[in-house]
Ligand binder design. Structure first.
Ligand code: ADP
Length: 171
């Protein structure tokens, strides 16, 4: 395994050196607040058009589309669990990362950027979401020849530090 895992502060809609960006989607694969709003705004209306026949998706599921006006090749849309509602939440959150990586692998993606799925409007406690995200990626990497870079893009400095610290404890 020689992929780089990195944790950067930034905007998931502005990752021009990355093949596939991951959307913290809603079940209807529509625009909204947070990550989904940022990606749909930057991609333009054709993203929503491609999404429409793929919806609804269920918690833990991922689907892949083009990226349109985004500077990437693909958007991989994951529906994270709503914390306290969709159970078992830890398994469903891990499924998102596993399925996204599997889709990336099938499409010969060499770099992928994830936001903190479920850690915003869906209410997942940040530290627990970070641990599940990073440990799932670390566990999956040996199966993913060709994937060279996995980036976690966090919106604020505190989350970025949390992800970096969590990564350090797991490696
Ligand atoms: P969910 O509904 O899955 O909880 P959200 O989009 O509400 O998804 O939030 C997920 C995480 O992404 C939160 O930590 C939020 O602060 C962060 N976030 C929001 N907008 C962006 C963005 N443009 N780029 C990266 N992270 C973002």
């Amino acid at each position: 395994m020689n992929a780089i895992i990195e944790c950067l502060q930034g905007d998931i809609a502005n990752q021009p050196d990355i093949d596939a960006v991951v959307n913290a989607a809603n079940a209807r694969l529509e625009t909204g607040g947070g990550v989904a709003g940022a990606l749909h705004r930057a991609a333009g209306p054709r993203l929503a058009e491609e999404c429409r026949p793929l919806a609804p998706i269920r918690p833990g599921q991922a689907v892949i589309t083009g990226a349109y006006a985004l500077p990437n090749r693909y958007v991989i849309h994951c529906l994270g669990p709503v914390y306290g509602v969709d159970e078992p939440a830890d398994v469903l959150l891990a499924d998102c990362y596993r399925q996204a990586l599997e889709l990336a692998h099938r499409h010969e993606v060499s770099s992928i950027a994830f936001p903190a799925i479920s850690a915003g409007a869906f209410g997942y406690p940040a530290a627990e979401a970070a641990r599940i995200a990073l440990s799932t990626v670390l566990d999956s990497l040996p199966e993913l020849a060709g994937l060279k870079r996995v980036r976690f893009v966090l919106f604020d400095a505190a989350s970025t530090e949390l992800y970096q610290r969590t990564l350090d404890t797991l490696t």
